[in-house]
Design a binder for this molecule. Structure first.
Ligand code: ZN
Ligand code: ZN
Length: 406
C-alpha cells in the first residue's frame, strides 16, 4: 500500500508536462503588478475543475482557493505570487514574453505553476486528506505596497494554521533547495526628501540658498548613518536611488527631490533609522538656511521563518531530493519579499527553489532581461511544497487526536 505522499508524488509525475506547459504559457503572457487578469482566469478555471471553492476580490486579481474536507481539522495555506516586471525580455526562448516591455523576470510564473500543480495533485487525493488546503494566488508582489496586505485584509489567513511559500533561486542548482532558520530577508522601506532653498543668479550665490549644496551634504551624512551610528554586527542599508533638481547652469537651485530605500533585518534598528535620518536632514538644512520635507514609509517587514515549519520543509526535502541537495543558506539577504506579512500573523516558512542549469541558460540573476527558470525545478517545488503541507496536517491532526484521547 502506498502512503498519501507517495500517491501525491505519482500524480505530480503524471501532471508534470502539463504544469510545464502552463508555466510557459504564463511566461509568454506576463502581466504587471495589479494587472494579473489573464493569469487569474487561467488559475481560476483550473482550480474550479479540480473542485476548489474560489473566493475572488473585486479590488484586485488575487484569489483564494479552498479545499475543505473537515471543518474541525486544521487548514494549511500555500501562497504563490503572479505578477511580472516592466523589463523587455531578451532570453530568445520559444516561450519568451509576447508582451512588449513586460517579462516574468522574477520567476513568479513558476511560483504560480508550482502552486497550481500542487493544488491539482492534492485535490486528486481529496478523500484521504488529513486536513484542509488553501491556495493563495496573490497579485502585486513587485509593487511598493505589496499585494499580500490586501489579501490578508480580505481574509486570506482566516482559519489558517500555517503557511508555505517558495521563490525561484538562480544561485542554487536546479534540483536543490535553500532553507534558512530565523530572519531570511530584510524589511523594505522607502523615503523621500525634499530640500527647499532660494534661487539666485549663479554668480551671486550669497543671495540664495543652494538646495544642491545642502542636498550634497545630506547625501554625505546619510551615508555615515550605517557606518557610524549602527552596530556593525547588524546589517542595514540606506540607499539613495534618485536625485532631481535644478533648472539651468547659471541659476542657484531652489528645490531638490531625493528618493531612496532602507533595508534592515532588525526591527529595533529599523524603527530608529527614520529619526537618525531626520536629525541629520534637519541639522544640515537649518545650518544652511534651507527647509525640508521628509517622508518615510514603512514597507514590508523582515521575513522571519518559523523553526517548526522550516524543520518540516527540510525533513520532507531531504527525503525527496537527498540531504546534500538541501542547502542551509546561513546568511539573510537584504532584498524584501511581501510573504513576510503572512509570517507576521501565522507560523510558516519560505524556501528557495534552485533553478540554475548552465546548459539551459537559467543561472542569470532575477530582474534581468535574460532571467529564466529551469522547468525541471517545478517538479521538485511541487513535491516539497505538497509533502510539507500534508506533513503539517498529519502532525497537527495526530496532536489533535492525542488531545482528545487524553
Ligand atoms: Zn522580484
Ligand atoms: Zn519575486
Amino acid at each position: 500500500m502506498k502512503n498519501l505522499k507517495e500517491k501525491l508524488f505519482l500524480t505530480i509525475d503524471e501532471i508534470n508536462e502539463r504544469i510545464i506547459t502552463i508555466r510557459r504559457d504564463l511566461h509568454a503572457h506576463p502581466e504587471l503588478s495589479g494587472q494579473e487578469e489573464h493569469t487569474k482566469y487561467l488559475v481560476k478555471g483550473i482550480l474550479e475543475v479540480s473542485g476548489y471553492q474560489i473566493k475572488e476580490s473585486n479590488k484586485h486579481f488575487g484569489l483564494i482557493a479552498d479545499l475543505m474536507v473537515d471543518e474541525n481539522a486544521k487548514t494549511v495555506a500555500i501562497r504563490a505570487d503572479m505578477d511580472a516586471l516592466p523589463i523587455q525580455e531578451q532570453t530568445g526562448k520559444p516561450y519568451a514574453s509576447r508582451e512588449k516591455g513586460i517579462m516574468h523576470a522574477c520567476g513568479h510564473d513558476s511560483h504560480t505553476a508550482i502552486a497550481l500543480g500542487t493544488a491539482i495533485a492534492i485535490a486528486a487525493h481529496k478523500e484521504e486528506l488529513p486536513g484542509n488546503l488553501r491556495f493563495i494566488f496573490q497579485p502585486s508582489e513587485e509593487s511598493k505596497e505589496g499585494g499580500s496586505v490586501e489579501m490578508i485584509e480580505e481574509g486570506a489567513l482566516e482559519g489558517v494554521s500555517a503557511i508555505f511559500g517558495l521563490h525561484a533561486y538562480p544561485y542554487l542548482n536546479s534540483g536543490e533547495i535553500g532553507y534558512k532558520y530565523g530572519v531570511m530577508m530584510a524589511s523594505a522601506d522607502v523615503f523621500s526628501i525634499e530640500i527647499f532653498g532660494k534661487s539666485a543668479h549663479g554668480a551671486r550665490p550669497h543671495e540664495g540658498v543652494d538646495a544642491i549644496l545642502v542636498t550634497s551634504m545630506i547625501v554625505n551624512s546619510l551615508n555615515h548613518i550605517v557606518s557610524r551610528m549602527i552596530d556593525p554586527l547588524h546589517p542595514a542599508v540606506i540607499s539613495l536611488g534618485t536625485i532631481e533638481g535644478g533648472k539651468a547652469s547659471n541659476i542657484i537651485c531652489d528645490h531638490v527631490l531625493l528618493k531612496g530605500t532602507v533595508r534592515t533585518i532588525n526591527e529595533e534598528i529599523r524603527n530608529n533609522i527614520p529619526q537618525m535620518m531626520e536629525a541629520s536632514i534637519e541639522g544640515i538644512s537649518k545650518s544652511m538656511g534651507a527647509k525640508y520635507k521628509f517622508d518615510y514609509e514603512f514597507g514590508q517587514p523582515e521575513l522571519i521563518n518559523h523553526e517548526k515549519i522550516v524543520n518540516i520543509i527540510v525533513d520532507e526535502a531531504e527525503k525527496i531530493i537527498g540531504k546534500e541537495k538541501c542547502i542551509d543558506l546561513i546568511d539573510p539577504v537584504m532584498g524584501g519579499e511581501d510573504f513576510s506579512e503572512y509570517l507576521k500573523l501565522v507560523p510558516g516558512a519560505f524556501f528557495r527553489l534552485g533553478t540554475c542549469d548552465e546548459e539551459k541558460k537559467t543561472c542569470v540573476p532575477q530582474h534581468n532581461s535574460r532571467f529564466d527558470v529551469d522547468d525541471d525545478a517545478l517538479q521538485v517545488g511541487m513535491k516539497i511544497m505538497g509533502a510539507s503541507a500534508l506533513q503539517f496536517l498529519i502532525q497537527s491532526n495526530s496532536l489533535h487526536k492525542k488531545e482528545h484521547d487524553a
